[in-house]
Ligand binder design. Structure first.
Ligand code: ATP
Ligand code: MG
Length: 231
């Protein structure tokens, strides 16, 4: 199935998953996210948070259970279709050697320079981009090494927004981010929460507070689920 413009409803039904040696990494994980809701995943290191996000774009296929998007089992949806429709802002922000514009539009000509600028303004990345020589033509080095981790995350936000996905997945950067960039990231996150379904591996208290639902992971299982008041 080639999925075009879905609503962003997502459901995990009794999902079991391992990477190797039948050593279960996710054990009977079930949850539902309604269109435009935001879910924050929290829990200790190695509990399976990033794994959940990776499974949604089919970086790996699960062994048992079902992952449904708008009621369709994602094993029937092509990887390329999923990756086009889902805005990804993962831990290792994927920046490559090329201009800022190319890093935002991924060389897809349907996303014009004007679109890239609008998306950058929306997420607050335009301020630092406008200070660069050549602005959107400024060259990003391999893996974005000439930018701070916060700036890299903002560029990945701009890319996600330019594609206007109905579903976004985000692994929040924890690395040292200066307070100004930190504020920009928090502000743009709040905006993005209003336009898309979001699944976030959250480290910031403010992100957790603004989420509709919090899922606490422990050793591959859901330990608790609820909103900020309940937990
Ligand atoms: P953190 O908070 O440190 O980012 P996490 O909750 O995101 O942790 P995951 O990255 O999902 O945890 O990892 C869950 C488990 O799966 C860990 O035991 C990890 O070692 C293992 N794991 C993660 N990625 C792989 C992989 N590509 N191959 C094999 N095992 C993996
Ligand atoms: Mg992780």
């Amino acid at each position: 199935i080639n999925l075009e413009s879905f609503k962003g409803h997502i459901e995990f039904k009794n999902v079991w998953f391992y990477y190797e040696n039948e050593n279960w990494i996710l054990k009977d994980v079930s949850f539902e996210v309604k269109p435009s809701e935001t879910v924050a995943f929290v829990g200790s290191t190695g509990s399976g948070k990033s794994t959940i996000l990776g499974l949604i774009v089919r970086n790996y296929d699960i062994q048992k259970g079902q992952i449904l998007i708008d009621g369709i089992d994602i094993k029937h949806i092509t990887r390329s279709s999923l990756r086009r429709q889902i805005g990804q802002m993962l831990q290792d922000v994927f920046l490559f050697s090329g201009s800022i514009y190319e890093n935002i539009n991924l060389k897809d000509e349907n996303i014009t320079l004007e679109d890239a600028k609008k998306a950058s303004e929306y997420v607050g990345a335009d301020t630092f981009i406008n200070e660069l020589e050549g602005q959107y033509d400024y060259k990003v080095l391999e893996r974005g090494n000439n930018f701070s981790s916060g700036q890299r995350q903002l560029i990945s936000f701009a890319r996600a927004v330019a594609y206007k996905p109905s579903l976004m997945i985000l692994d929040e950067a924890t690395a040292n981010i200066d307070s100004e960039t930190e504020n920009l990231i928090q502000e743009s996150l709040k905006k993005m929460m209003n336009i898309s379904t979001m699944l976030i591996v959250a480290h910031r208290l403010s992100t957790i507070q603004h989420s509709d639902k919090i899922i606490v992971m422990q050793k591959g299982e859901i330990k608790e689920m609820g909103n900020h008041q309940q937990l």
